[in-house]
Design a protein around this ligand. Structure first.
Ligand code: COA
Length: 189
């Protein structure tokens, strides 16, 4: 299945951020945070060891854009024009009107509400532009910052998925979150 919209992801704007398609020029900015070992505690992907890893990541993203497959936006901080993270949809199931969100933000920028700002924007996009009815997210049981972000964006925890993520050599439980279109609409009133 292909999705036209990912071939030309529109640019989105929030108070402090621009969300736009990722390009090979973003490699240095991505490497700057993706090499940070702080991320290991929360992510299933390996931190990047060299710039080549970041280029390989971008290659995958760009390939998905070209092939009309789900791929993330790059998040640019308006203050310094740097790419400071990626946010996007995965596991899109139009027939069931649902999709999952995934994201990462550079540790240097944590704790300023930026992830919540970006997440709310893409949730809005999911309901308004992708015609979704349900948006989901799963974070590991140790990822309190992400749980908090999901809650601040209006998502509710539905349950625990036992031994869901292999992380740092052990299986971690997943916390499953969702927001429904009707719940999102209520927050917009
Ligand atoms: C999750 C992540 C995107 C959050 O980014 P952020 O910009 O710092 O998020 P925000 O500032 O919007 O909100 C973070 C919230 O978590 C809280 N928080 C931070 N560390 C915490 C901790 N150890 N325990 C509990 N809450 C914590 C903050 O206080 C804040 O809540 P508040 O506004 O009520 O005070 C960022 O930590 C990240 O990139 N993590 C690694 C990748 C990842 O986990 N991705 C998600 C996979 S599901």
């Amino acid at each position: 299945m292909t999705f036209e919209i990912f071939n030309s992801l529109p640019v989105l704007e929030t108070e402090r951020l621009i969300l736009r398609p990722i390009t090979f020029d973003d490699a240095d900015d991505i490497f700057e945070y993706a090499r940070d070992s702080t991320l290991k505690r929360y992510t299933t992907w390996q931190t990047h060891e060299t710039l080549k890893d970041s280029v390989a990541f971008i290659r995958g993203v760009v390939r998905n854009y070209r092939q009309y497959q789900p791929a993330p936006w790059g998040v640019i901080h308006k203050d310094d024009n740097k790419l400071i993270g990626t946010f996007g949809f995965c596991h899109l199931a139009p027939k069931y009107q649902r999709a999952m969100v995934g994201y990462v933000l550079a540790p240097k920028y944590w704790g300023q509400g930026l992830a919540t700002e970006a997440l709310k924007e893409i949730i809005d996009f999911g309901f308004n532009q992708l015609d979704l009815n349900r948006i989901e997210a799963i974070c590991s049981d140790v990822n309190d910052p992400s749980s908090r972000v999901l809650e601040k964006a209006g998502m509710k925890m539905e349950g625990i998925l036992d031994e869901y993520f292999p992380m740092n050599g052990e299986m971690r439980d997943g916390k499953s979150y969702r927001i429904l279109r009707r719940e999102w609409m209520l927050t917009r009133k």
